[in-house]
Ligand binder design. Structure first.
Ligand SMILES: *Cc1c(COP(=O)(O)O)cnc(C)c1O
Length: 362
């Protein structure tokens, strides 16, 4: 069976040596030494100043929304994982969908201003598959209208734009360290903040707003990362360069094997150092995508319709929020994320590519 992704496990002995530290101190949570160590190591690796580790990438978005005091309408992308929209709804805000650009698959900066109303407080966009949003124009728009900017950067670990971390853009960028992501802690996430004050508030809010013995300074929730999860992160982090290099190599194989099919791929922008988090391909029609998927499944290969459905069509959304987003809806009908992980072999990439060729050139 070839799944869409396989978790990169560290060497067990590496993981065990970090666990030994946990046994030594018997500190399992509450911002223990391993979380502190991982947090410092991530700040260094990613090239960011303020990073708060949390228990998952969805709570990371929710905490960013809370720490920035967002209310009312949040302009967002329909082309992302459901967590992006759900975090907005869960925090009692209203998602206003703005369609994506056909080249980047990220929110179309040209369409944002028309969606701004008196109630708009922020833009929450996803660097989808790790490809950057139009961060410069989005910041200009935000400045002009006094809006906050949050990037769901769950796919953007290690991505750099013009020689700096993509995570340095926006008021907050949120990361997911779920087992399926490029860098992981089994479950985990982080909020990267531009402003130290916001970072401190995220930290406080992630631990019930509770400090010292009995001071409760702010509304909070429990979003702490445990020491056991940090141990996994400390064991995986030294492998990240290898992980990215292996994914880059496999993406190159797909590029070559699929070149003559001219499948649509997200466009690469100047100055991008990509992380090869995903290998999405967009077919000409829904039917050809489904035919390829069917043939792949018959060969025990399981790509994912990532992202489908377009989030503006989620069934539990109020009708008024289901604004048409033709580009996103069309992409979501035609896209497949192909298997991509460190141990995927060249022969497997060849086989997957042949299946796709056979399915769509009959
Ligand atoms: C994975 C993912 C999330 C959610 O992260 P969890 O850690 O699973 O909560 C949010 N947004 C995007 C775009 C994701 O891919």
């Amino acid at each position: 069976m070839i799944p869409v992704t396989k978790t990169t496990l560290p060497d067990f002995d590496d993981f065990a040596s970090h666990l030994k530290d946990v046994w030594h101190t018997a500190v399992l949570t509450n911002n223990g030494p391993l979380v502190k160590h991982l947090s410092a190591a991530l700040a260094e690796t990613l090239g960011v100043e303020h990073i708060q580790l949390v228990s998952n990438g969805t709570l990371a978005i929710q905490l960013a929304i809370k720490a920035l005091d967002l209310r009312g309408e949040i302009i967002t992308t329909p082309y992302s994982y459901v967590a992006t929209t759900n975090a907005i709804l869960w925090e009692g805000c209203t998602p206003v969908f703005v369609d994506v650009a056909p080249q980047s698959f990220c929110i179309d900066a040209n369409l944002i201003e028309a969606a701004i109303t008196k109630k708009t407080t922020a833009i929450l966009a996803t660097h989808v598959y790790g490809y950057p949003c139009d961060v410069v124009r989005i910041q200009e728009i935000a400045n002009r209208h006094n809006l906050k900017v949050i990037y769901d950067a769950a796919h953007a670990f290690g991505v750099r734009l013009n020689e700096e971390s993509l995570l340095r853009h926006g008021d907050c960028s949120t990361l997911s360290f779920h087992a399926t992501k490029l860098f992981h802690t089994a479950e985990g996430g982080a909020v990267v903040c531009r402003d130290e004050k916001v970072a401190k508030r995220v930290f406080l809010m992630s631990k019930f707003g509770h400090v010292g013995e009995d001071e409760y300074l702010d509304l909070g929730i429990n979003a702490k990362m445990s020491e056991l999860h940090a141990a996994m992160g400390l064991a995986v982090l030294p492998k990240v360069d290898e992980i990215i290099a292996a994914r880059c190599e496999r993406s190159g194989w797909y590029d070559r094997y699929l070149a003559d099919l001219k499948l649509q791929r997200p466009g690469v922008v100047n100055g991008l150092e990509y992380n090869y988090a995903y290998y999405p391909v967009v077919f000409n029609t829904h039917e050809s995508m489904m035919a390829a998927r069917k043939l792949l499944q018959a060969h025990n290969i399981f790509p994912r319709r990532y992202f489908h459905p377009s989030l503006n069509t989620l069934p539990f959304l109020h009708k008024n929020l289901q604004k048409p987003c033709p580009v996103s809806e069309s992409l979501s009908q035609r896209v497949l994320a192909l298997p991509l992980y460190v141990t995927l072999t060249r022969q497997e990439v060849n086989m997957i590519s042949s299946c796709i060729k056979n399915a769509i050139t009959v």
